[in-house]
Design a protein around this ligand. Structure first.
Ligand SMILES: Nc1ncnc2c1ncn2[C@@H]1O[C@H](COP(=O)(O)OP(=O)(O)OP(=O)(O)O)[C@@H](O)[C@H]1O
Length: 407
């Protein structure tokens, strides 16, 4: 068993026909989250300015007897999932997907069961072989890598954290954490020292000598996370790591990921079918449906400006005021706007602005930059418009960055 190369690990839906329902069901209502502010947004440089780690262009993964023909035949490529299956026996799990995962971001792949999330993320390290398209990591052609180079990629550069922790039952926590380093050939003393360091990082001090069976689910997942971190990969890939955990533990683990990301700024790709989790963790979210990326954007963009009726329906129950910032909701300042009302940074949420305005008794809040310069104003009407879903969010360059737009 190895999560280093991950070959023995498979998600519940891998290879399980019947998880593809063809027609996409309606999304489940979301749990009402407390604060959905993008975790790294405030301090990080613009995501669009960072170099890509993974770059995907026109990537396809088709399962079935005529797989290779589908991407190259416009008539077949245009069929909906049910028609494609009926005509060819094939499932296009990933359809013509293009995007960049940028250095230091938490890139969330979200979608309902069967939308292609696991297949897509497994294609990144060729645990599943893409059918066609282009894929690079740090500019290097992943599809041209030989076995040795691929193994290196999986062991050193991109580590996977799975839902089923894949821990070795007869080994201690410390030796489980050290496992990836052992595969890399690191000497025992050195790898145990490194593992001990990482155990501390994920809050497992004192449990080093326990066996996995003596740990709770949350603790086991921490071991899985520590094992992936121990090899110091450039990218962490999470495949629904927390979906088996109960809600409170799950929340703890999400906080853990946010904290680790704040500390290390490691690039993370995180699969989830849970919108609340996606909004909480993601710098950007790729929302998948039937193998396609139907929208790619920040949580604020997805909630504030859904690309189509499907996305709108998906985010319908999200408390918009907790996601949308005053930077997006503000209007230009007019005469007399400059001197009254509380001051807010553009990254403050509408919810925070409502509270600030209510406390101040003023009619509006002023949105100011770091030096106190007035950027705009959010008045009561604007704030209510966001809550009611009637406010129009401004178009930004990043909002138009969908998979297809990149080609
Ligand atoms: N080995 C396979 N052979 C045939 N079809 C497959 C295979 N693996 C996945 N599929 C199909 O590809 C589609 C996408 O599956 P995938 O597991 O990537 O979805 P997912 O979004 O990760 O779903 P879940 O959230 O349930 O894990 C589904 O229709 C699935 O049935």
């Amino acid at each position: 068993m190895s999560e280093g190369n991950g070959n023995s690990e498979s998600s519940a839906s891998d290879g399980v026909p019947g998880t593809d329902t063809g027609a996409s069901p309606r999304p489940e209502p979301v749990e009402v989250p407390e604060a959905l502010v993008t975790p790294a947004a405030a301090e990080a440089p613009e995501v669009s300015e960072r170099p890509p780690v993974f770059a995907l262009r026109g990537l396809w993964k088709v399962f079935g007897p005529q797989a290779d023909a589908v991407p190259h035949d416009p008539a077949l490529a245009a069929l909906d999932p049910a028609e494609l299956r009926a005509r060819t026996g094939c499932t296009a799990a990933v359809r013509d997907v293009s995007f960049d995962v940028r250095k230091g971001e938490v890139f969330v792949v979200m979608g309902l069961s069967g939308s292609g999330k696991s297949t897509l993320v497994r294609c990144l390290t060729r645990l599943i072989e893409p059918t066609s398209g282009a894929l690079t990591m740090d500019g290097e052609d992943v599809l041209a890598m030989d076995r040795t180079r691929l193994r290196e990629l999986r062991r050193h550069r991109a580590a996977m954290v799975f839902q089923h922790f894949g821990l070795l039952p007869h080994r201690s926590v410390l030796d489980n954490v050290a496992y990836g380093l052992e595969i890399q050939g690191m000497a025992r003393a050195e790898r145990r020292a490194k593992a001990a360091e990482v155990v501390g990082k994920v809050g497992l001090e004192g449990l080093e000598d326990r066996r996995p069976g003596q740990l709770s689910g949350g603790q086991q997942q921490r071991v899985g996370l520590a094992r992936a971190l121990a090899v110091d990969p450039q990218v962490l890939l999470f495949d629904e790591p927390f979906s088996a955990l109960d809600p409170l533990i799950r929340r703890d683990m999400q906080e853990e990921v946010i904290r680790l990301h704040r500390e290390e700024r490691r690039t993370m790709v995180f699969i989830t079918h849970d919108l609340t989790e996606a909004l909480r963790l993601g710098d950007r979210i790729a929302l998948m449906r039937d193998g396609r990326v139907v929208q790619l954007g920040t949580p604020e963009e997805i909630v504030g400006r859904p690309a189509d009726a499907y996305v709108r329906d998906f985010v319908r129950d999200v408390p918009r005021e907790q996601v949308i910032t005053v930077g997006a909701a503000m209007r230009a300042a007019g005469p007399g706007d400059g001197d009254a009302g509380p001051e807010l940074a553009p990254t403050a949420t509408v919810s925070e602005a409502i509270e600030a305005v209510a406390r101040s008794g003023e009619a509006a809040a002023r949105v100011v930059d770091g030096r106190g310069g007035l950027l705009g104003v959010v008045d009561r009407e604007r704030l209510l418009g966001v809550v009611a879903g009637t406010a129009r969010m401004p178009e930004t360059a990043r909002m138009s960055e969908t998979g297809t737009a990149l080609r």
